[in-house]
Ligand binder design. Structure first.
Ligand SMILES: [Zn+2]
Length: 300
């Protein structure tokens, strides 16, 4: 953690404690509407900072490291849950550009419909998904969070999801997983990481060696926050760092959910990726070519 981040965190915590003491001693947290607004934003900024601390801590513990293969930059496209449009629209765009992606299916959602993201996969298309060179990973069975479920319930649901996927793909030596909601805990990371080949989260950034297979970084492609220039810069940085950039989204439609994007946005990212000359591979293909490093923390 750098010094400026620590000082900001301490300043925010001190402010939070001051306001709490004032509230407890005077019974009032605010004296006017404008200070109410100010304190709201203070607490928002405190939440952001604490979120930053959580992601730094969780990225640093229970790691399982590997070295990226030598060569050029790598990029993976991934889809969570997954809505049918992720395959019918997103998969078709990837296929027409000679690429394939990773689909993290929550098998308990099969045949259901989301009011926002539309119908989920129904099962019949999974064979085509594999034939087209895409990869099928898991996302728990019931799409549950490790923050709300007990560790044993979460682990059982992860393994149920894994086995349901393996009934379709056949038991394979490797299995790839994405955390529902991007929620990760210290204990879940250690428990699940030991049972699966790779686990992807939603902490943004570029994966560079040593990459943590227990918590791969990934960047969302969401319509509301989509900025072409920001994506272009990220792809450029990935090329410079010869890293592994992972994107994720959910549904693809002209009126996507808050967690999806439009086909035009997705296609523009695919074009940027093509121009970057990065190698596009499903997550499992990258992990299969990786060399394991000694367990974290490494001996000096
Ligand atoms: Zn999900």
């Amino acid at each position: 953690m750098d010094g400026s981040f620590c000082s900001r965190l301490w300043a925010e915590l001190a402010g939070f404690l001051r306001r709490t003491v004032r509230f407890l001693t005077t019974g009032s947290s605010t004296s006017s509407k404008s200070s109410l607004k100010g304190e709201f934003f203070d607490s928002m900024s405190l939440r952001r900072l604490l979120g930053g601390v959580r992601s730094r801590v969780l990225s640093g513990v229970q790691r399982r490291e590997f070295r990226l293969p030598e060569g050029g930059p790598l990029i993976s496209f991934t889809f969570d849950d997954f809505p049918l449009s992720a395959l019918e629209v997103g998969g078709a765009i990837l296929k027409s550009n000679g690429m394939s992606g990773t689909y993290y299916a929550a098998m308990g959602l099969m045949g259901k419909t989301s009011p926002e993201a539309g119908p989920y996969f129904s099962g019949g298309e999974l064979e085509t998904l594999l034939k087209d060179g895409h990869e099928l990973g898991s996302h728990t069975f019931g799409h549950i969070s490790c923050r709300t479920a007990s560790l044993s319930d979460f682990t059982a649901d992860v393994m149920k999801g894994k086995e349901a996927v393996e009934r379709i793909t056949g038991a394979r030596p490797s299995h790839h997983f994405a955390y529902p909601y991007g929620h990760v805990t210290w204990r879940a990371k250690g428990m699940i990481g030991a049972r699966l080949t790779s686990c992807r989260g939603i902490y943004p950034g570029i994966n560079t060696s040593p990459v943590d297979l227990n918590l791969l970084r990934a960047n969302n492609l969401y319509s509301g926050s989509y900025r072409w220039e920001a994506v272009r810069r990220l792809i450029e940085q990935n090329s410079q760092q010869r890293g592994w950039l992972i994107f994720y989204t959910h549904d693809l439609s002209d009126r996507p959910s808050d967690f999806g994007c439009t086909p035009a946005q997705f296609e523009s990212v695919v074009k940027l990726v093509q121009q970057s000359r990065a190698t596009v591979l499903p997550v499992g293909k990258v992990a299969a070519n990786a060399a394991s490093l000694p367990p974290y923390p490494k001996e000096k």
